[in-house]
Design a protein around this ligand. Sequence first.
Ligand SMILES: [Zn+2]
Length: 91
Amino acid sequence: MVGLVQGEGGVAAIDKGYAKYVEEVYPAAADGTMLEGSRLRVEIMPANGRCNQCGTVFPLVEHEGECPQCKSGDCDMLSGREFYIKEIVCY
Ligand SMILES: [Zn+2]
């Protein structure tokens, strides 16, 4: 089993079906490689941002990049760009 972590701010249009889709197409990509027959599990990491006006930390995607406190769109992404292999487990 291969565990992959993908930040929700890392790809342009990530949605609820993303992880399931990638897991479904994975066997075709792994076919003919040393990972043939393994499973892929994708974890989506939430994107958090900090408002540069008032300092509020909030989930960026849920609030569509707008600070829920002061409604400013001036914010930095703190997390959510992750894309790495978390684990490779052999049974
Ligand atoms: Zn704010």
